[in-house]
Write a protein that binds this ligand. Structure first.
Ligand code: SAH
Length: 261
């Protein structure tokens, strides 16, 4: 195998994974079947891509860096198996990539600078996605998977958990990457709900209410939601208006938002 000789590029959030143990655990968590339709975001020099190519008859990758793309076009292991989508993952059209195949399995050691917008971009197209396994900044994974009444629970937890089931898989230290990032990383598994457990009548209203409730997380709901929802309306749902946003479950936010529309 040719190894990739270019310097990692900061602007593309490149931190190349080299820890075999971490790669193995991610592959085990995926539990691939050759029939799976897998898409990798940001293959870089292929820490995950090569083992995926060994296990699958075909693989799609989405990559923005022209040097990485040109390098992959030279790789014998990629010939006839790898489809390279040379674009910004934030512009990925999941539905057209899926076509009439099974819902996609999306994996990646994501560029941390775009991870939150990318998650929302993908979750908006969640009906075309079977599941996702991502390496992210640990702090973001802590927030994604947090339960009510914890410090990490906030807007990101509620919005992501609205769309999918989340599991924290493992912490990964900076030494697993080259160059090492300044922060800890973690692997998260996300599985979009096939039927949303608590569907909001109007997604933008729900999203607005969650943002508003957490904008000042120390304040009571009566204060933060003033002008949107009255204390009486909260009480009618069994929600004490002196509670704070961080004590509410996703279901409570949906019930509150459904009063708005
Ligand atoms: N998967 C590899 C590389 C991770 S680094 C490994 O684990 O070693 C992040 C990768 O995402 C790089 O290949 C980078 O070029 C790519 N990338 C960065 N921004 C991107 C974007 N907006 N869309 C698609 N790929 C991107």
């Amino acid at each position: 195998m040719n190894s990739y000789e270019q310097q990692a590029k900061k602007r593309f959030g490149q931190h190349f994974l080299h820890d075999r143990g971490v790669i193995e655990r991610m592959l085990r968590a995926l539990n691939l079947s050759p029939k799976d339709r897998v898409v990798e975001i940001g293959p870089g020099p292929g820490a995950l891509t090569f083992p995926l190519l060994e296990r699958l008859p075909q693989l799609d990758v989405v990559e923005i860096d022209r040097d990485v793309i040109a390098w992959w076009q030279q790789q014998p292991q990629a010939q006839g198996k790898l489809t390279i989508h040379a674009l910004d993952a934030l512009k990925l059209d999941v539905q057209s990539l899926r076509g009439d195949s099974e819902p996609l399995r999306i994996v990646g050691n994501l560029p941390y600078n775009i991870s939150t917008p990318l998650l929302f971009h993908l979750l908006e197209q969640g009906s075309h996605i079977r599941d996702m396994l991502f390496m992210l900044q640990k702090e973001v994974v802590d927030r994604i998977t947090a339960a009510p009444d914890s410090n990490d629970y906030g807007r990101l937890s509620v919005m992501i958990q609205y769309f999918c089931e989340t599991s924290y898989l493992m912490k990964v230290g900076p030494g697993a990457f080259n160059p090492p990032p300044k922060v800890d990383s973690a692997v998260v598994y996300l599985k979009p709900w096939i039927n949303l457990p608590y569907p909001a009548k109007h997604l933008p209203s729900f999203s607005h209410l969650v943002a508003q409730a957490f904008a000042q997380r120390r304040k009571t709901l009566r204060n933060t939601l003033k002008g949107l929802i009255t204390a009486e309306q909260m009480e009618s749902l069994g929600i004490d208006p002196t509670r704070r946003a961080e004590t509410l479950a996703v279901k409570d936010f949906v019930n509150l938002a459904n009063l708005l529309s």
